[in-house]
Design a protein around this ligand. Structure first.
Ligand SMILES: [Fe+2]
Ligand SMILES: [Fe+2]
Length: 176
């Protein structure tokens, strides 16, 4: 459902800027993994997730005018690529744990927006964000089930870093 040509409040424009940046990063995570030429199962996982993230990004692009998007998009692309590429060099379990960490963050990010009273002024956008969040929850659950157990000590540190990095990225993307 297209929700174009809506006059956005300053709050919503800044939130959508962080969402558009995040969905850009998500697309590049899977491009980063795919650049390592993963085996069939991981490749299929990435291609399916990539298609959903590209759809999310296209819908975000329809909501947010090019001049309102983050000026740091080139950085979000590189950061996303490395967030996929680096764990993929270690193996598929590292990728699944990374995706689970990213999607855990994204779920709470969308949840916060959905619960914000201001969003009630934009019911169609709220509905869209709720649908995106549902996709991200499915991505997270799928990644957790494929990871085959909780992260070990090093993976925990990496996942914490991914969480902090995502938080910093959102804060920056809201502003610029
Ligand atoms: Fe997404
Ligand atoms: Fe996702």
């Amino acid at each position: 459902m297209a929700v174009a040509a809506i006059e956005l409040s300053t709050w919503l424009e800044s939130e959508l800027r962080s969402d558009q940046a995040g969905e850009t990063g998500a697309v590049w995570i899977y491009r980063g993994v795919l650049a390592t030429k993963p085996q069939r199962a991981l490749r299929q996982f990435c291609l399916q997730h990539l298609a959903t993230e590209q759809q999310h990004l296209a819908e975000m692009n329809a909501l947010l005018a090019p001049q309102a998007r983050s000026v740091l998009l080139p950085i979000w692309r590189v950061a996303g690529f490395l967030t996929g590429f680096l764990p993929a060099c270690l193996g598929e379990r590292a990728v699944y744990l990374t995706v689970a960490a990213v999607e855990t963050f994204v779920q709470s990010h969308y949840q916060q927006q959905i619960m914000h009273a201001e969003l009630n002024r934009y019911p169609k956008i709220k509905e869209k964000l709720a649908a995106f969040m549902q996709d991200e929850i499915e991505h997270k659950d799928e990644a957790i089930s494929l990871a085959g157990g909780p992260p070990g000590a090093w993976a925990k540190r990496w996942c914490a870093l991914v969480g902090v990095g995502s938080e910093v990225a959102v804060k920056l993307a809201r502003r610029m």
